[in-house]
Design a protein around this ligand. Structure first.
Ligand code: A3P
Length: 326
Protein backbone atom coordinates (compact mmCIF):
# COMPACT_ATOMS: atom_id res chain seq x y z
CA UNK A 1 0.00 0.00 0.00
CA UNK A 2 2.81 2.39 0.92
CA UNK A 3 4.65 1.49 -2.28
CA UNK A 4 1.51 2.29 -4.27
CA UNK A 5 0.96 5.61 -2.48
CA UNK A 6 4.58 6.64 -3.05
CA UNK A 7 4.34 5.95 -6.74
CA UNK A 8 1.05 7.60 -7.64
CA UNK A 9 1.26 10.84 -9.58
CA UNK A 10 -0.50 13.96 -8.29
CA UNK A 11 -2.86 13.72 -11.26
CA UNK A 12 -3.92 10.18 -10.32
CA UNK A 13 -4.22 11.05 -6.62
CA UNK A 14 -6.57 13.90 -7.52
CA UNK A 15 -8.58 11.68 -9.81
CA UNK A 16 -8.87 8.95 -7.15
CA UNK A 17 -10.16 11.37 -4.54
CA UNK A 18 -13.21 12.01 -6.72
CA UNK A 19 -14.02 8.37 -7.57
CA UNK A 20 -16.32 5.87 -5.80
CA UNK A 21 -14.22 3.40 -3.81
CA UNK A 22 -14.49 -0.01 -2.18
CA UNK A 23 -12.22 -2.16 -0.09
CA UNK A 24 -9.75 -4.11 -2.19
CA UNK A 25 -9.36 -7.88 -2.05
CA UNK A 26 -5.71 -8.64 -2.09
CA UNK A 27 -3.62 -5.92 -0.59
CA UNK A 28 -4.99 -3.43 1.90
CA UNK A 29 -5.59 -1.25 -1.10
CA UNK A 30 -8.90 -0.04 -2.51
CA UNK A 31 -10.72 -0.46 -5.77
CA UNK A 32 -11.80 2.69 -7.61
CA UNK A 33 -14.64 2.91 -10.07
CA UNK A 34 -13.56 4.69 -13.23
CA UNK A 35 -15.82 4.78 -16.27
CA UNK A 36 -17.93 1.94 -14.79
CA UNK A 37 -14.98 -0.40 -14.15
CA UNK A 38 -13.33 -1.20 -10.79
CA UNK A 39 -9.52 -0.84 -10.72
CA UNK A 40 -6.82 -0.91 -8.04
CA UNK A 41 -5.15 2.54 -7.91
CA UNK A 42 -1.90 1.44 -9.52
CA UNK A 43 -3.77 -0.25 -12.37
CA UNK A 44 -5.74 2.90 -13.01
CA UNK A 45 -2.50 4.84 -13.20
CA UNK A 46 -1.19 2.22 -15.66
CA UNK A 47 -4.37 2.43 -17.73
CA UNK A 48 -4.10 6.21 -18.13
CA UNK A 49 -0.46 5.93 -19.23
CA UNK A 50 -1.28 3.13 -21.65
CA UNK A 51 -4.15 5.12 -23.15
CA UNK A 52 -1.83 8.08 -23.68
CA UNK A 53 1.48 6.53 -24.54
CA UNK A 54 1.30 2.91 -25.70
CA UNK A 55 1.99 2.51 -29.41
CA UNK A 56 0.56 -0.74 -30.73
CA UNK A 57 2.18 -2.38 -33.73
CA UNK A 58 0.10 -4.10 -36.39
CA UNK A 59 2.05 -7.27 -35.62
CA UNK A 60 1.31 -7.24 -31.86
CA UNK A 61 -0.53 -10.22 -30.38
CA UNK A 62 -2.49 -9.36 -27.26
CA UNK A 63 -4.07 -11.82 -24.82
CA UNK A 64 -7.02 -10.28 -23.01
CA UNK A 65 -8.85 -11.79 -20.05
CA UNK A 66 -10.85 -11.20 -16.94
CA UNK A 67 -8.66 -12.28 -14.00
CA UNK A 68 -8.82 -16.03 -13.19
CA UNK A 69 -10.20 -17.12 -16.56
CA UNK A 70 -7.14 -19.16 -17.57
CA UNK A 71 -4.72 -16.39 -18.56
CA UNK A 72 -1.68 -18.42 -17.48
CA UNK A 73 -2.68 -21.36 -19.69
CA UNK A 74 -3.41 -19.18 -22.72
CA UNK A 75 -0.12 -17.32 -22.28
CA UNK A 76 1.76 -20.62 -22.28
CA UNK A 77 -0.09 -21.91 -25.36
CA UNK A 78 0.36 -18.70 -27.34
CA UNK A 79 4.05 -18.50 -26.43
CA UNK A 80 4.64 -22.13 -27.39
CA UNK A 81 2.80 -21.64 -30.72
CA UNK A 82 4.53 -18.50 -31.93
CA UNK A 83 8.00 -19.57 -30.75
CA UNK A 84 7.84 -23.21 -31.84
CA UNK A 85 10.32 -22.84 -34.70
CA UNK A 86 12.99 -21.95 -32.17
CA UNK A 87 12.33 -25.20 -30.27
CA UNK A 88 11.36 -27.79 -32.80
CA UNK A 89 10.10 -30.45 -30.43
CA UNK A 90 8.63 -28.35 -27.66
CA UNK A 91 8.32 -30.75 -24.76
CA UNK A 92 11.39 -32.89 -25.29
CA UNK A 93 13.75 -29.93 -25.55
CA UNK A 94 15.16 -29.31 -22.14
CA UNK A 95 15.85 -25.69 -22.93
CA UNK A 96 12.30 -24.63 -23.73
CA UNK A 97 11.71 -21.33 -21.90
CA UNK A 98 8.39 -22.60 -20.50
CA UNK A 99 10.26 -25.25 -18.53
CA UNK A 100 12.16 -22.66 -16.53
CA UNK A 101 9.99 -19.53 -16.69
CA UNK A 102 6.48 -18.87 -15.52
CA UNK A 103 4.17 -17.93 -18.46
CA UNK A 104 3.59 -14.50 -16.89
CA UNK A 105 7.30 -13.74 -17.30
CA UNK A 106 7.33 -14.82 -20.94
CA UNK A 107 4.11 -12.99 -21.80
CA UNK A 108 3.97 -9.98 -19.49
CA UNK A 109 0.99 -7.81 -18.66
CA UNK A 110 1.07 -4.51 -20.51
CA UNK A 111 -0.17 -2.86 -17.29
CA UNK A 112 2.93 -3.95 -15.38
CA UNK A 113 5.17 -1.91 -17.66
CA UNK A 114 3.12 1.25 -17.15
CA UNK A 115 2.32 1.16 -13.43
CA UNK A 116 5.08 3.52 -12.41
CA UNK A 117 6.70 4.36 -15.71
CA UNK A 118 4.83 6.50 -18.23
CA UNK A 119 7.24 5.71 -21.05
CA UNK A 120 8.65 2.25 -20.35
CA UNK A 121 11.18 0.56 -22.58
CA UNK A 122 9.36 -2.27 -24.37
CA UNK A 123 12.29 -3.51 -26.42
CA UNK A 124 12.56 -6.66 -24.29
CA UNK A 125 9.33 -7.80 -25.95
CA UNK A 126 10.86 -7.78 -29.41
CA UNK A 127 14.05 -9.68 -28.61
CA UNK A 128 14.07 -13.02 -30.47
CA UNK A 129 10.42 -12.70 -31.39
CA UNK A 130 8.70 -12.19 -34.71
CA UNK A 131 5.81 -10.49 -32.94
CA UNK A 132 5.36 -8.89 -29.54
CA UNK A 133 3.26 -11.10 -27.31
CA UNK A 134 1.48 -9.15 -24.58
CA UNK A 135 -1.46 -9.50 -22.26
CA UNK A 136 -3.96 -7.27 -20.53
CA UNK A 137 -6.95 -7.26 -18.21
CA UNK A 138 -8.11 -3.88 -19.56
CA UNK A 139 -11.77 -4.02 -20.69
CA UNK A 140 -12.40 -3.61 -24.42
CA UNK A 141 -14.05 -0.19 -24.06
CA UNK A 142 -10.99 1.18 -22.24
CA UNK A 143 -8.39 -0.15 -24.69
CA UNK A 144 -6.14 2.63 -25.99
CA UNK A 145 -7.04 4.02 -29.43
CA UNK A 146 -3.65 2.82 -30.52
CA UNK A 147 -4.83 -0.79 -30.10
CA UNK A 148 -8.34 -0.12 -31.38
CA UNK A 149 -7.06 1.58 -34.53
CA UNK A 150 -4.20 -0.78 -35.31
CA UNK A 151 -4.44 -4.18 -36.95
CA UNK A 152 -2.96 -6.01 -33.99
CA UNK A 153 -4.70 -9.24 -33.02
CA UNK A 154 -6.40 -9.97 -29.71
CA UNK A 155 -7.23 -13.32 -28.18
CA UNK A 156 -9.89 -13.19 -25.49
CA UNK A 157 -10.41 -16.06 -23.07
CA UNK A 158 -13.48 -16.19 -20.86
CA UNK A 159 -14.75 -18.70 -18.34
CA UNK A 160 -17.95 -19.60 -16.54
CA UNK A 161 -18.39 -16.77 -14.01
CA UNK A 162 -19.10 -19.29 -11.21
CA UNK A 163 -15.75 -21.04 -11.61
CA UNK A 164 -14.07 -17.67 -12.17
CA UNK A 165 -15.37 -16.33 -8.88
CA UNK A 166 -14.39 -19.47 -6.95
CA UNK A 167 -10.91 -19.25 -8.47
CA UNK A 168 -10.76 -15.57 -7.57
CA UNK A 169 -11.83 -16.29 -3.99
CA UNK A 170 -8.98 -18.77 -3.49
CA UNK A 171 -6.46 -16.57 -5.28
CA UNK A 172 -7.32 -13.39 -3.43
CA UNK A 173 -7.04 -15.12 -0.06
CA UNK A 174 -3.60 -16.44 -0.97
CA UNK A 175 -2.54 -12.94 -2.04
CA UNK A 176 -3.78 -11.20 1.11
CA UNK A 177 -1.17 -10.01 3.57
CA UNK A 178 -0.83 -12.41 6.54
CA UNK A 179 -2.34 -9.86 8.92
CA UNK A 180 -5.61 -9.63 6.97
CA UNK A 181 -8.43 -12.06 7.69
CA UNK A 182 -9.52 -14.34 4.88
CA UNK A 183 -12.58 -13.24 2.96
CA UNK A 184 -15.56 -15.59 2.96
CA UNK A 185 -17.07 -17.05 -0.19
CA UNK A 186 -20.32 -15.21 0.65
CA UNK A 187 -18.51 -11.88 0.73
CA UNK A 188 -16.71 -12.47 -2.56
CA UNK A 189 -19.92 -13.76 -4.13
CA UNK A 190 -21.83 -10.58 -3.24
CA UNK A 191 -19.13 -8.28 -4.55
CA UNK A 192 -18.62 -10.33 -7.69
CA UNK A 193 -22.36 -10.13 -8.43
CA UNK A 194 -22.24 -6.35 -7.85
CA UNK A 195 -19.26 -6.13 -10.19
CA UNK A 196 -16.90 -4.79 -7.53
CA UNK A 197 -13.88 -6.97 -8.28
CA UNK A 198 -10.69 -6.12 -10.18
CA UNK A 199 -11.65 -5.07 -13.75
CA UNK A 200 -15.30 -5.87 -13.01
CA UNK A 201 -18.11 -6.13 -13.72
CA UNK A 202 -17.18 -9.53 -15.15
CA UNK A 203 -20.08 -9.66 -17.65
CA UNK A 204 -19.46 -6.28 -19.28
CA UNK A 205 -15.81 -7.25 -19.70
CA UNK A 206 -16.82 -10.40 -21.59
CA UNK A 207 -19.47 -8.60 -23.65
CA UNK A 208 -17.06 -5.89 -24.81
CA UNK A 209 -14.65 -8.37 -26.36
CA UNK A 210 -17.48 -10.64 -27.56
CA UNK A 211 -19.00 -7.76 -29.56
CA UNK A 212 -15.60 -6.80 -30.96
CA UNK A 213 -15.05 -10.42 -32.03
CA UNK A 214 -18.38 -10.40 -33.89
CA UNK A 215 -17.63 -7.09 -35.59
CA UNK A 216 -13.98 -7.86 -36.38
CA UNK A 217 -13.41 -11.62 -36.34
CA UNK A 218 -10.05 -11.14 -38.07
CA UNK A 219 -8.90 -9.07 -35.07
CA UNK A 220 -10.42 -10.88 -32.09
CA UNK A 221 -10.43 -14.60 -31.42
CA UNK A 222 -12.94 -15.35 -28.66
CA UNK A 223 -12.30 -18.51 -26.64
CA UNK A 224 -13.98 -20.22 -23.69
CA UNK A 225 -12.00 -22.09 -21.01
CA UNK A 226 -14.58 -24.88 -20.85
CA UNK A 227 -14.47 -25.48 -24.59
CA UNK A 228 -10.69 -25.50 -24.58
CA UNK A 229 -10.67 -28.09 -21.82
CA UNK A 230 -13.15 -30.21 -23.76
CA UNK A 231 -11.50 -30.03 -27.18
CA UNK A 232 -8.00 -28.70 -26.64
CA UNK A 233 -6.54 -29.78 -29.99
CA UNK A 234 -9.29 -28.19 -32.06
CA UNK A 235 -8.89 -24.92 -30.22
CA UNK A 236 -5.11 -24.98 -30.33
CA UNK A 237 -5.21 -25.40 -34.11
CA UNK A 238 -7.73 -22.57 -34.38
CA UNK A 239 -5.59 -20.37 -32.14
CA UNK A 240 -2.41 -21.05 -34.14
CA UNK A 241 -4.17 -20.17 -37.38
CA UNK A 242 -5.54 -16.97 -35.90
CA UNK A 243 -2.12 -15.96 -34.60
CA UNK A 244 -0.69 -16.35 -38.10
CA UNK A 245 1.28 -19.48 -37.13
CA UNK A 246 -0.89 -22.19 -38.66
CA UNK A 247 0.31 -25.78 -38.16
CA UNK A 248 1.41 -27.41 -41.40
CA UNK A 249 0.10 -30.83 -42.39
CA UNK A 250 3.51 -32.27 -41.52
CA UNK A 251 3.42 -30.67 -38.09
CA UNK A 252 -0.03 -32.09 -37.43
CA UNK A 253 1.12 -35.53 -38.61
CA UNK A 254 4.17 -35.26 -36.38
CA UNK A 255 2.02 -34.51 -33.33
CA UNK A 256 3.28 -30.97 -32.73
CA UNK A 257 -0.12 -29.75 -31.44
CA UNK A 258 -0.18 -32.64 -28.94
CA UNK A 259 3.37 -31.80 -27.80
CA UNK A 260 2.39 -28.18 -27.18
CA UNK A 261 -0.72 -29.22 -25.26
CA UNK A 262 1.37 -31.54 -23.12
CA UNK A 263 3.97 -28.88 -22.43
CA UNK A 264 1.30 -26.36 -21.41
CA UNK A 265 -0.96 -28.77 -19.52
CA UNK A 266 -1.90 -28.00 -15.94
CA UNK A 267 -0.15 -31.17 -14.77
CA UNK A 268 3.11 -30.33 -16.50
CA UNK A 269 3.30 -26.61 -15.71
CA UNK A 270 2.18 -26.89 -12.11
CA UNK A 271 4.84 -29.53 -11.38
CA UNK A 272 7.79 -27.59 -12.74
CA UNK A 273 10.24 -26.42 -10.11
CA UNK A 274 9.89 -22.79 -11.23
CA UNK A 275 6.13 -22.86 -10.71
CA UNK A 276 6.27 -24.86 -7.46
CA UNK A 277 8.89 -22.85 -5.61
CA UNK A 278 9.61 -19.76 -7.73
CA UNK A 279 8.61 -16.20 -6.86
CA UNK A 280 7.42 -13.32 -9.00
CA UNK A 281 10.34 -10.93 -9.49
CA UNK A 282 9.95 -7.61 -7.64
CA UNK A 283 6.44 -8.35 -6.30
CA UNK A 284 7.80 -11.42 -4.47
CA UNK A 285 4.65 -13.58 -4.25
CA UNK A 286 4.80 -17.30 -4.97
CA UNK A 287 4.21 -18.34 -8.56
CA UNK A 288 2.32 -21.41 -7.36
CA UNK A 289 -0.70 -19.11 -6.78
CA UNK A 290 -1.41 -19.36 -10.51
CA UNK A 291 -2.02 -23.11 -10.30
CA UNK A 292 -4.81 -24.57 -8.18
CA UNK A 293 -7.04 -27.25 -9.76
CA UNK A 294 -7.43 -26.23 -13.38
CA UNK A 295 -10.79 -27.94 -13.77
CA UNK A 296 -14.28 -27.13 -14.90
CA UNK A 297 -17.13 -27.06 -12.36
CA UNK A 298 -15.33 -26.50 -9.03
CA UNK A 299 -18.07 -24.03 -8.11
CA UNK A 300 -20.24 -27.04 -7.27
CA UNK A 301 -17.96 -27.61 -4.27
CA UNK A 302 -18.24 -24.05 -2.98
CA UNK A 303 -21.50 -22.35 -4.03
CA UNK A 304 -24.93 -23.19 -2.68
CA UNK A 305 -27.75 -24.01 -5.14
CA UNK A 306 -29.24 -20.58 -4.30
CA UNK A 307 -25.99 -18.84 -5.19
CA UNK A 308 -25.74 -20.79 -8.43
CA UNK A 309 -29.30 -19.92 -9.34
CA UNK A 310 -28.73 -16.24 -8.59
CA UNK A 311 -25.54 -15.87 -10.58
CA UNK A 312 -26.90 -17.91 -13.51
CA UNK A 313 -29.84 -15.52 -13.62
CA UNK A 314 -27.51 -12.52 -13.76
CA UNK A 315 -25.54 -14.16 -16.56
CA UNK A 316 -28.70 -14.96 -18.48
CA UNK A 317 -29.97 -11.40 -18.16
CA UNK A 318 -26.67 -9.75 -19.03
CA UNK A 319 -26.02 -12.00 -22.01
CA UNK A 320 -29.60 -11.87 -23.28
CA UNK A 321 -29.66 -11.34 -27.05
CA UNK A 322 -25.86 -11.47 -27.24
CA UNK A 323 -25.68 -15.08 -28.37
CA UNK A 324 -23.33 -15.85 -25.47
CA UNK A 325 -24.07 -18.69 -23.04
CA UNK A 326 -22.44 -20.61 -20.19
P1 A3P B 1 -8.66 -22.72 -10.63
O1 A3P B 1 -8.48 -21.75 -9.50
O2 A3P B 1 -10.11 -22.99 -10.93
O3 A3P B 1 -7.87 -23.95 -10.49
P2 A3P B 1 -5.50 -17.07 -14.44
O4 A3P B 1 -4.37 -17.75 -15.14
O5 A3P B 1 -6.33 -16.21 -15.36
O6 A3P B 1 -5.06 -16.40 -13.20
O7 A3P B 1 -6.52 -18.23 -14.04
C1 A3P B 1 -6.16 -19.15 -13.05
C2 A3P B 1 -6.98 -20.41 -13.25
O8 A3P B 1 -6.44 -21.17 -14.35
C3 A3P B 1 -6.85 -21.32 -12.05
O9 A3P B 1 -8.11 -22.00 -11.97
C4 A3P B 1 -5.71 -22.21 -12.44
O10 A3P B 1 -5.63 -23.42 -11.71
C5 A3P B 1 -6.02 -22.44 -13.90
N1 A3P B 1 -4.86 -22.88 -14.70
C6 A3P B 1 -3.57 -22.51 -14.54
N2 A3P B 1 -2.80 -23.13 -15.44
C7 A3P B 1 -3.60 -23.93 -16.18
C8 A3P B 1 -3.36 -24.83 -17.26
N3 A3P B 1 -2.15 -25.03 -17.73
N4 A3P B 1 -4.43 -25.47 -17.78
C9 A3P B 1 -5.67 -25.27 -17.29
N5 A3P B 1 -5.96 -24.43 -16.27
C10 A3P B 1 -4.94 -23.76 -15.71
Amino acid sequence: EQFVQNNLTEEVKNLLSALPKQNGWMISDHLYQYQNVWYPAIHLQALLSIQRNFQALDTDLVIATNPKCGTTWLKALAFAIVNRFRFDNPSSKQDHPLLTNNPHILVPFLENFYMIDQHPDLTCLSVNAAARLLSTHIPQAALPDSIKNSKCKLVYLCRDPKDTLVSFWHFSNKMRPKNMAHSSIEEVFEKFCEGAVEFGPFWEHVLGYWKMSLESPERVCFLKYEEMKKEPKTHLIKLAKFLGSQFSVDEENDGVPEEILKLCSFGNLSNLEVNKTGKMPIAGYELSVYFRRGEVGDHLNHLTPEMIERIDKITEEKFLDSGLKF
